[in-house]
Design a protein around this ligand. Structure first.
Ligand SMILES: [Zn+2]
Length: 211
């Protein structure tokens, strides 16, 4: 807890900021003090930006990434290749892959990874939404999904997710591949550098080919 020497309003902000990933009490205190030194209008703008996160940003009903529009900019872009879906754990992974510039398909965000040890099953991530999306693409009028690239992290949950999804998608006759090369074991996709990701995607390994 923050020191009792601080005014309660400042202590509250420090406690809130400390809940952010990678922010300890020391950093939170430094951040809170710099916000306090800002002109009031600027601090108010920061507060508004945080408030608007929930009121303006929703999930794209196709790929489930965070977006102000539905469909999101990628799902709604006719220049993207809608026959390929790259499956990621978090919206942050999309940002990393987009930076690599190699992928021109669409995405599907799981919002997590399957981890039986932590009690996280397929129903706790957007897995059935992916299967439904693939199935629906086969109906007349839509763009049929031909390939799914699984870009979950090379952690135990990421691997469990990849194997679960590939088993199911294989049955629907869609080509499934897994990015692997160059991504070190335990690596979170969003922290991989663009060059590594570029290689990982271009040298993806087929888990199963459609027959
Ligand atoms: Zn989308």
């Amino acid at each position: 807890m923050a020191s009792k020497a601080l005014p309660p309003a400042l202590e509250r902000l420090i406690a809130d900021l400390s809940m952010l990933p990678g922010i300890g009490e020391k950093t939170a205190t430094r951040l809170a003090l710099s916000i306090l030194r800002w002109p009031e209008s600027r601090a108010r703008e920061l507060g508004e930006a945080i408030t608007q996160l929930h009121s303006r940003i929703k999930l794209c009903t196709t790929c489930f990434t965070f977006s102000e529009d539905d469909p999101c900019a990628i799902c709604g872009d006719p220049r993207r290749d809608h026959t390929i879906i790259c499956v990621v754990e978090d919206p942050g992974d999309i940002i990393a892959i987009e930076k690599s510039g190699i992928f021109r398909g669409t995405y599907h965000v799981l919002h997590g990874a399957i981890s039986p040890m932590d009690g996280i099953g397929p129903e706790d991530v957007k897995a059935k939404e992916l299967i439904r999306r693939i199935e629906e693409s086969k109906r007349a009028g839509g763009t049929e999904v031909k390939e799914v690239i699984i870009a979950t992290s090379s952690t135990a949950p990421g691997e469990a997710t990849a194997s679960y999804l590939s088993d199911i998608i294989e049955k629907s006759g869609v080509k499934v591949s897994r990015i692997a090369c160059g991504i070190p074991v335990g690596m979170d996709i969003k922290y991989a550098d663009p060059h590594t990701l570029k290689q990982a995607i271009s040298q993806r390994i087929a888990l199963c080919e459609s027959s």
